[in-house]
Design a protein around this ligand. Structure first.
Ligand code: ADP
Ligand code: MG
Ligand code: ZN
Length: 643
């Protein structure tokens, strides 16, 4: 394995500040303290040395007075209270005077004649003792010490945010090194996505064996954009490419580039690319790139200079490195429609890989992958679960498996059973059951009829999905629900299906209106969803006779071509026409539902009464009720004939 360059090795090995090592504030204090101690000991050492050089005999003051009178003393040096005496014969001795009195006064008290004193050379020197040094330096040291302490204190206060200022421009990329066996993900861990894997195998090949490609003059794409709904495994697949190729994987999220200060994002991009080049071959993965890669200059989401600079820097870096640098940039988004066209042009993210929601076979494979470390009871049937989970993403399936294991563990079983898995489907779809949420008798009745209304309409209309379960136990935010599952995976939806879907959604509304002669807030979500669907039919799919084959809005529900919010491309007149068409679709659907409810009132009452009694009706019982009332339940074959 290639040695990693130093800077990178550092990221891998150093502990984050604050956990190991000495935090910056503490280190600072330590150094200040050390300097002070060294200084003080130097000072005291000096005064010690200067003292000890005169380790000489001491005489009393009275003895000194006698010597002076006798004329034996030649000189006296006064240092503070100390007297250093030099005798005529060259001997040196020391003595002490009373503190605070002048020596001449003292001598006068000892009756020494002025003539005797006149022969002595008296010299006054400065005190050189520790206290003297300290006293004279204290006015300088104390303020410095105070400032040092103050700075240290401040630095502690702002350590969280302020110290970060020094590492601002560095990228916050997380690195998964190829030697890291625990985090290694390969294509084996990604189920389904066959086309995507096929496409990416080429990249893996290049990273493993670049010479083969470079020798023949092939230009390998620098940028690969993974597109797909949330949870379809974009992040997972990017990691798998790195894992397969055995190269370093730098991952960062688009939002991590953006900080409060302009220029930081750009500098992080630079830093990230530098790191990756040093670690080459490597993959840089920018997750959720739409956070920085939105169309520039629209003013949508607050026209943000910082974001644009960051994006520009990404473009510059993408252009700036050569194919032989063996760095490949991958990016992921679930909003490819909002990306800046500059990102997508050839030479940048020109390789686009789409990840679809898994189909039945893929779902089973994904379930198998996540079933690896879980013990299952004999009755567990993953194929059946895969069949009952159309529209689930990989992340949903992962969550389903996990919920099932949690359910089994909560009930103190050691194996996950089929029942756990089935209950988890609903939990993932609709949120946990809220058994404690007790409905009043009136509410219960209303909810039962409302849900029965949905169910009857769904069973009668030919293009609606068949009912799997009806329940009036509240879950998440809904009071009751009808679980409908398509008979098979669909990629395309037809106008007839849309119309039936709208009718099914209105089932609850119509029941409340015609049977209870009142309306509650219950159907408000039904109305929102169905109206939005009707509007999409008119403005996006060209499914209205009057409007004709015109798409007035882009896929994201925003007007096309990155116009600002609220900018419409169509006139007020067309706007009014759209509203009229939507209203027409909704009203026709309501008429249709009213007719169905009237016709099948008996079946509706039976289902509602049964619901109030048992709260949940499964598919089998529901279909039996339908048959006794002369409605034929849908079977797989029927649908195939109809479409
Ligand atoms: P995305 O980045 O597309 O939103 P992720 O890659 O983060 O989705 O997927 C989330 C989780 O879902 C993954 O960690 C994995 O456990 C599971 N998952 C998604 N797709 C697949 C797949 N095709 N095969 C296996 N697991 C998957
Ligand atoms: Mg992701
Ligand atoms: Zn409803």
């Amino acid at each position: 394995m290639k040695e990693l360059p130093k800077k990178i090795r550092k990221i891998i090995t150093t502990k984050p500040p604050g956990k190991g090592g000495v935090p910056p504030g503490r280190a600072f204090l330590g150094q200040g303290f050390l300097a002070l101690i060294i200084f003080l000991s130097l000072v005291s050492l000096y005064s010690l040395v200067s003292d000890s050089s005169k380790a000489v005999e001491e005489v009393s003051l009275s003895a000194l007075a006698q010597e002076i009178t006798a004329g034996n003393v030649s000189a006296i040096t006064i240092v503070g209270d100390k007297l250093e005496i030099t005798f005529l014969d060259g001997k040196e001795k020391i003595s002490k005077k009373e503190a605070g009195t002048a020596l001449t006064t003292t001598f006068k008290n000892y009756n020494i004649s002025p003539e005797a004193l006149a022969t002595i050379n008296i010299e006054v020197k400065n005190d050189r003792g520790f206290l003297y040094w300290f006293a004279s330096l204290a006015p300088i040291i104390l303020p410095i010490a105070f400032i040092v302490f103050f700075l240290w204190f401040l630095s502690r206060q702002v350590k969280g945010a302020g110290m970060q200022a020094f590492s601002f421009g560095q990228s916050k990329a997380r690195l998964i090194s190829p030697d890291d066996k625990n985090q290694r993900v390969t294509f084996k861990d990604v189920a389904g996505c066959r086309e995507a894997k096929e496409e990416l195998r080429e990249i893996v090949d290049f990273l493993k064996n670049p010479k083969k490609f470079l020798d023949i003059g092939a230009r390998i794409p620098k940028g690969i954009l993974l597109m797909g709904a949330p949870g379809t495994g974009k992040t997972l697949l990017a990691r798998a490419v790195a894992g397969e190729a055995g190269v370093s994987f730098f991952s960062i999220s688009g939002s991590e580039f953006v900080e409060m200060f302009v220029g930081v994002g750009a500098s992080r991009v630079r830093d990230l690319f530098d790191l990756a080049k040093k670690a080459a071959p490597a993959i840089i993965f920018v997750d959720e790139i739409d956070a920085v890669g939105r169309v520039r200059g629209t003013g949508v989401g607050g026209g943000n200079d910082e974001r644009e600079q960051t994006l520009n820097q990404i473009l510059v870096e993408l252009d700036g490195f050569e194919p032989n640098e063996k760095v490949i940039v991958m990016a992921a988004t679930n909003r490819p429609d909002v990306l800046d066209p500059a990102l997508l042009r050839p030479g940048r993210f020109d390789r686009r890989v789409t990840l679809d929601l898994p189909d039945r076979r893929d779902r089973e494979e994904i379930l198998l992958i996540h079933a690896r470390q879980k013990p299952f009871a004999e009755d567990a049937n993953l194929a059946l679960i895969a069949e009952r989970t159309p529209g689930f993403s990989g992340a949903d399936l992962y969550s389903l498996m996990n919920e099932a294991a949690i359910l089994a563990a909560r009930e103190n079983r050691t194996k996950v059973s089929q029942f756990d898995l089935i209950r988890s489907i609903e939990k993932v779809m609709l949120g946990p059951e809220r058994k404690s949420h007790i409905l009043s008798q009136k509410e219960k009745e209303l909810t039962a009829f409302h849900e029965a209304g949905h169910a009857i309409v769904a069973s009668v209309l030919p293009y609606a999905d068949p009912v799997h379960k009806i329940s009036i136990i509240s879950r998440g935010r809904v009071a009751g629900y009808v679980l409908k599952l398509p008979l098979e995976d669909r990629r395309l939806q037809s106008k007839k299906e849309f119309l039936d879907d709208i009718a099914v959604a209105l089932g609850g509304y119509v029941v409340e209106k015609t049977i209870f002669h009142d309306l509650t807030t219950g159907p408000s979500n039904d109305l929102q969803v169905s109206t939005a669907l009707a509007r999409d039919m008119v403005t996006k799919y060209g499914m209205s006779e009057k409007m004709g084959p015109i798409a007035l809005e882009g896929a994201g529900g925003k007007p096309l071509f990155g116009l600002g919010v609220g900018d419409k491309e169509y006139s007020e007149r067309v706007g009014a026409l759209i509203d009229a068409e939507v209203a027409k679709i909704m009203n026709e659907a309501m008429k249709k539902v009213e007719k169905i409810i009237k016709e099948h009132r008996k079946a509706l009452d039976t289902i509602a009464t049964r619901l109030i009694e048992v709260e949940t009706i499964e598919q089998k019982e529901f279909e039996e009720i339908l048959i006794t009332h002369g409605i034929v339940p849908k079977k797989k074959k029927d649908i195939e004939h109809q479409v």
